[in-house]
Design a protein around this ligand. Structure first.
Ligand SMILES: O=C[C@H](O)[C@H](O)COP(=O)(O)O
Ligand SMILES: C=C(OP(=O)(O)O)C(=O)O
Ligand SMILES: [Mn+2]
Length: 450
């Protein structure tokens, strides 16, 4: 039997429309938008509410120190890059990092992509000016095109449907790869052998050899490697474009409760987490596990008021605070935030985004980050939690499986001149495949030292 939604619950899903809202596009044609959102509302959900519930349980475990979240993928996915090779590369990268982190932390790693829906971007400025011409800023493929022409930059609601279909095909391939044997532990381990065989990464050989011994030990004990052929891989994106999230919100027939079925996990960004704003209201009404980005201006009071609104019943796993302070600030700012939220007593899961607080512009003009700053913020995150006796629950990364050159440094020392070689991101710089694995090995070194 299917449970109907309470009419008041349904009415509540429209409340955001009367609240202050930021970072939404100015759609030029309201009727065209309405046609698209009606169509989206009739299409099948992309995920099942029960999967979101399972993830909530796992995130609750991460909050208690019984699991660790690894969330990674592009800053901005694009339709053109949703190819089999690209999707496979990102999955491989996350799985390879996950094997290393599982060993280093001796904990199950929850694997989650910034994938299959990460198409909407908040921007610092509504417009972009080039050579005296000003056009609307690129806000992600779900809204407008990157090409610098008035046509491409005009928001086009048809893109919501493209985003839905591209998310569906991406998710389909993710499910195929992670359940069809491609992701088996033995295969992923083989891939990592290839990485450490490269002399640039000789420093990690010892850890790699230990992982190798651990796997051989498991095999000798008769571990069921067949059972390790499939992995759970969750989808996530920033819950930003409410005209997309609303029609993909569905009533769970088991409970009558609304879930945003565009992804398993949605996060509210640093620029849209206003307590009385549309985003916080909207996501307070759906039952998925939620992330909230907390930047350097966040106060403990902000965090507690967000809990009041988004998790009044103090359900474990409902809220993940994703801190993104910057390497130079995390050791000063994070302790009081964590202390006060911990004293409050309602459970949250703490995750580190070492990307968004560490943006710089290189001398040659690229928007970039230094690998060393990214690592330093991760180190600061572990140090703060260790000092307070609280739980570092995971990492949130911008990465890709390709050999791009967008982040400075790493063992292969990408320098400013090297950025031009393969700088492909449309918004923020991503760790490339090698830098991502290097980060995972360095996290193991950090955990060791403590
Ligand atoms: O991904 C994060 C934000 O969308 C991004 O950093 C904003 O970038 P901008 O300052 O170039 O607009
Ligand atoms: C926009 C992003 O982050 P933040 O909201 O933390 O700036 C992002 O994760 O791409
Ligand atoms: Mn980003």
């Amino acid at each position: 039997m299917s449970v109907e939604a309470d009419p008041q619950v349904l009415a509540g899903l429209e409340a955001w429309r009367d609240l202050p809202v930021t970072q939404q596009p100015a759609w030029p044609d309201a009727a065209a938008l309405q046609r698209v959102t009606d169509r989206l509302a009739g299409l099948p959900p992309l995920v099942f509410a029960g999967e979101a519930d399972a993830l909530r349980g796992q995130l609750a475990a991460a909050g208690r120190g019984e699991a660790f979240l690894l969330q990674g993928g592009d800053c901005a996915e694009t339709f053109a890059e949703a190819t089999a090779d690209n999707i496979r590369g990102k999955i491989m990268t996350v799985l390879q990092m996950a094997v290393v982190l599982t060993y280093g932390a001796s904990l199950p790693v929850i694997k989650m992509g910034r994938m299959a829906g990460q198409y909407a971007k908040p921007r610092s400025s509504d417009t972009e000016t080039r050579d005296g011409v000003t056009l609307p800023a690129f806000r992600g493929d779900i809204i407008n095109g990157f090409e610098f022409t008035p046509e491409a930059r005009t928001p086009d609601p048809e893109r919501l449907l493209d985003a839905y279909h591209t998310s569906a095909s991406t998710l389909n391939l993710i499910r195929a790869f992670t359940t069809g044997g491609f992701a088996s532990l033995l295969r992923v381990h083989e891939w990592n052998r290839g990485f450490t065989a490269n002399p640039a990464y000789a420093r990690y050989e010892e850890i790699a050899a230990e992982i190798d011994r651990a796997i051989r030990f498991m095999a000798a004990c008769g571990a069921d490697f067949d059972a390790l052929r499939t992995v759970d891989f969750y989808s996530s994106h920033e819950g930003l474009l409410l005209d997309y999230e609303r029609p993909l919100t569905r009533i769970d027939s088991r409970t009558g409760l609304p879930y945003d079925c565009s992804a398993h996990f949605l996060w509210i960004g640093e620029r849209t987490r206003q307590l009385d704003g549309a985003h916080v209201d909207y996501f307070s009404r759906v039952h998925n596990p939620l992330g909230i980005k907390l930047g350097p201006t966040s106060t403990a009071d902000d965090a507690l008021r967000l809990i009041d609104k988004l998790n009044p019943s103090a359900e474990p796993g409902r809220i993940t605070f994703i801190t993104r302070m910057g390497a130079g600030k995390i050791r000063d700012l994070l302790p009081s935030l964590v202390e006060k939220v911990t004293a409050d007593g309602r459970p949250v899961t703490w995750v580190c985004d070492p990307m968004h607080g560490n943006g710089i512009t290189s001398a040659s003009g690229y928007k970039t980050r230094r690998f060393s700053d990214v690592m330093d913020e991760v180190a600061g995150f572990f140090e703060v939690h260790r000092a307070l006796g609280t739980v570092p629950g995971g990492l949130h990364m911008e990465l890709t499986g390709d050999d791009v050159t967008e982040v400075l440094g790493g063992a292969e020392e990408i320098d400013d001149a090297g950025l031009a070689r393969r700088y492909e991101t449309l918004v923020d710089p991503r760790l490339n495949h090698q830098q991502s694995l290097e980060l995972a090995f360095q996290v193991v070194e950090l955990l060791r030292r403590s």
